[in-house]
Design a protein around this ligand. Structure first.
Ligand code: GDP
Ligand code: MG
Ligand code: ZN
Length: 349
């Protein structure tokens, strides 16, 4: 066992996923005054944070999410400093509120879970993957429930065709081998997140990793009104080897925002082809000299995939612009306030 693999040699903070990336952002004096703590649960009522000898709730005002590292301001917890993130999985919040919703911070691997059944949906999978790439995390597709279908191979083929950069693992979440199959990603000091629709097996996989029922799966709690108990809030638990594991509830709507580079990474080949179109503002709708139209003609690219790409890209542009506008109006407002203050000062003189 190398020291890094020996959980005994990890400090309390390292067991929570503290890495050099975070330590480098903090001066030693600050560590005393405002100790580091990690957000391990997100509820409507606030964020649960844990550190060396710390376990408390911070009111929801703090702009942080599960996985974040903060320097806990013990006098005014909502004024704690959120450390720069290694990675951030975010989406446009559902509903009319066009703001961003932070889902998971500082994860090293994001498992995108989906099942071998008719709920399998390429377009939805691509949304998760694009946001995963945008987050700066390695996405891995986990295909569950192979035991409940006659032939899982068409699902594997489709999943593997999405991107050469995304590994695909076929696994029965309820089997003994699940833990072993995920072991290559369960490293000490690293953080994993399980993402995907409700019912695909995320909590079952978390349970498989822990070897006991730490997460809640749909079948254990029978007292629930509908005989179901599903994950309601995002939370993180720690494996004995010092690997942090995050479980999330299913997200019905996964809207793109600020995900341009993630979409470009996922559709790498199309993005590259688009640079060869004759016109810079080519819409790839049959304009002369369009490299994508040519690729469609040769069968190199399918219309369905091209459509999914342009739908995501357009949605992202619109949502990103509306976010920028919101941010912009904030700045305009601040500028206006400053101008008024300045004027008031002058008139007082
Ligand atoms: N047979 C079989 N059942 C599974 C598998 N994965 C999950 N399930 C079942 O699917 C249901 C939903 O699983 P759960 O982990 O709660 O899904 P979550 O909403 O993604 O957390 C539960 O009844 C699980 O036992 C699998 O690979 N094979
Ligand atoms: Mg769950
Ligand atoms: Zn074109």
């Amino acid at each position: 066992m190398t020291p890094r693999d020996d959980p005994q040699s990890l400090s309390a903070l390292e067991k929570l996923g503290w890495q050099a990336f975070f330590a480098d952002q903090v001066a030693d004096e600050d560590l005393q005054e405002t100790p580091p703590a990690r957000v391990v649960e997100a509820h409507r009522s606030g964020l649960r944070v844990q550190g060396d000898g710390i376990d408390q709730l911070v009111p929801p005002k703090l702009a942080a999410t599960v996985g974040d590292w903060i320097l806990l301001n013990q006098v005014l917890p909502t004024s704690s400093r959120v450390l720069e993130r290694k990675s951030l999985f975010k989406r446009r919040a559902p509903g009319h509120d066009r703001s961003l919703q932070l889902i998971a911070a500082n994860t090293d691997t994001s498992f995108i879970v989906t099942s071998c059944n008719p709920d399998f949906n390429l377009a939805r999978l691509e949304r998760y993957l694009a946001l995963g790439f945008e987050a700066g995390v390695t996405p891995v597709i986990l295909l569950t429930k192979p035991d409940l279908c006659d032939d899982p191979s068409p699902y594997v083929t489709q999943a593997e065709a999405i991107s050469a950069r995304v590994p695909v693992v076929l696994l029965n979440a309820k089997s003994d081998s699940a833990k072993e199959q995920l072991a290559p990603w369960c490293k000490p000091g690293e953080t994993l997140v399980f993402l995907g629709s409700s019912g695909v097996g995320k909590s079952t996989l978390v349970n498989a990793l822990f070897g006991k029922d730490t997460a809640e799966t749909a079948e254990i709690r029978e007292d629930d009104a509908r005989g179901r108990h599903t994950t309601r809030h995002r939370h993180m638990r720690f494996l004995p080897n010092g690997c942090a594991v995050m479980d999330t509830p299913g997200m019905r709507e996964l809207q793109m925002a600020e995900a341009e580079s993630g979409i470009a990474d996922l559709f790498e080949d199309l993005t590259e082809l688009a640079t060869q179109c004759k016109f810079r503002n080519c819409k790839h709708e049959g304009e002369p000299g369009c490299a994508l139209t040519a690729a469609l003609g040769s069968g190199e690219v399918t219309q369905a995939r091209l459509d999914r790409w342009s739908k995501l890209a357009t949605e992202d542009q619109l949502n990103t612009a509306s976010l920028a506008e919101r941010k912009g109006s904030g700045k305009v407002l601040q500028k206006a306030i400053r101008a008024v203050k300045k004027r008031n000062k002058k008139t007082r003189r």
